[in-house]
Design a protein around this ligand. Structure first.
Ligand code: CTP
Ligand code: MG
Length: 257
């Protein structure tokens, strides 16, 4: 038995923020991540949400393929506050979310052992949720996902691609709602596991994976869920902007007391 303290492995936690999407479902306008929420770009909220965790020392923002310089300038205009000291890198993204995440991972330095992947479109995730994900990864889970039970019952249907919008679809099943969870981000990973998944499934056709943890599942590694948060919802459609503004207004009112 040795009486020496165990060697400390250098380990750093970084967050990759895919922000290269257009935001087609939000309607015409600037790329979604650059639109304002409470007067501040959604992406800036998302970067601050990651940097708010003391564990996160690096944030890699994946910008629209032709928009890296604009995003860099935007982030320089909105510096992090004094106690959020994370370094912020900007890299150009790709045509799918999966490709954008892969490009973000490629920019991580070698000493990053834990990586979060967080949608720019989830600007209001509370720091406690971020920290819970990081803690579970550091305790040994290769992939950790914040998730919530569903409010709506879900139906499986026969896909009607190409059918006129609004045409009735045939129901093929009703999964038991109690067995389902809606997943959020940040998803947290052992860095080597996520790198391996993105390497193995790099050529997936079409839309690519919309969920990093799903790629880790395909790799055969265990994925665990921790409680998500209502305020980690994704801004997808116009009504989500109304909700996000209301959440910010509530926070400002509470901060006033
Ligand atoms: N994303 C990305 N690169 C892409 C597509 C999406 O980095 N080629 C990012 C988005 O910027 C967003 C996150 O992935 O932060 C989740 O995607 P989603 O909510 O679908 O955003 P968009 O793809 O921008 O929206 P839409 O699908 O309505 O166009
Ligand atoms: Mg999308």
């Amino acid at each position: 038995m040795s009486d020496r303290a165990p060697a400390v492995t250098p380990s750093r936690t970084a967050a990759v923020i895919p922000a290269a999407g257009r935001g087609v479902r939000l309607g015409p306008g600037a790329p979604k991540a650059l639109r304002a929420l409470g007067g501040t770009p959604m992406l800036v909220h998302a970067v601050r949400a990651m940097a708010a965790s003391r564990a996160v020392s690096l944030v890699v923002v994946v910008a629209p393929p032709d928009g890296a310089a604009e995003v860099r300038a935007l982030l320089d205009d909105h510096p992090l506050s004094g106690h959020d000291r994370a370094e912020v890198l900007v890299v150009p993204g790709g045509g799918t979310r999966q490709e954008s995440v892969r490009l973000g991972l490629a920019a991580l330095p070698a000493d990053v052992t834990t990586v979060l992947v967080h949608d720019a479109a989830r600007p209001l995730v509370p720091v406690d949720t971020v920290d819970a994900v990081i803690t579970a990864v550091r305790e040994g889970a290769p992939a950790v996902v914040p998730a919530l039970p569903l409010a709506d019952t879900v139906k499986q249907v026969e896909p009607r691609t190409g059918a006129a919008e609004g045409e009735p679809e045939l129901v093929t099943g009703t999964p038991e709602r109690a067995l389902l969870r809606a997943v959020q981000t940040p998803q947290g990973f052992d860095r080597r596991t996520l790198d391996a998944a993105h390497e193995k499934f790099a050529d997936s056709a079409g839309e690519g994976a919309t969920d990093d943890a799903g790629m880790v599942e395909r790799l055969g590694a265990p994925v665990v869920l921790v409680p998500g948060h209502e305020e980690a919802f994704k801004v997808t459609r116009p009504l989500d902007l109304v909700l996000a503004e209301a959440v910010l207004a509530r926070r400002r009112a509470n901060d006033g007391f």
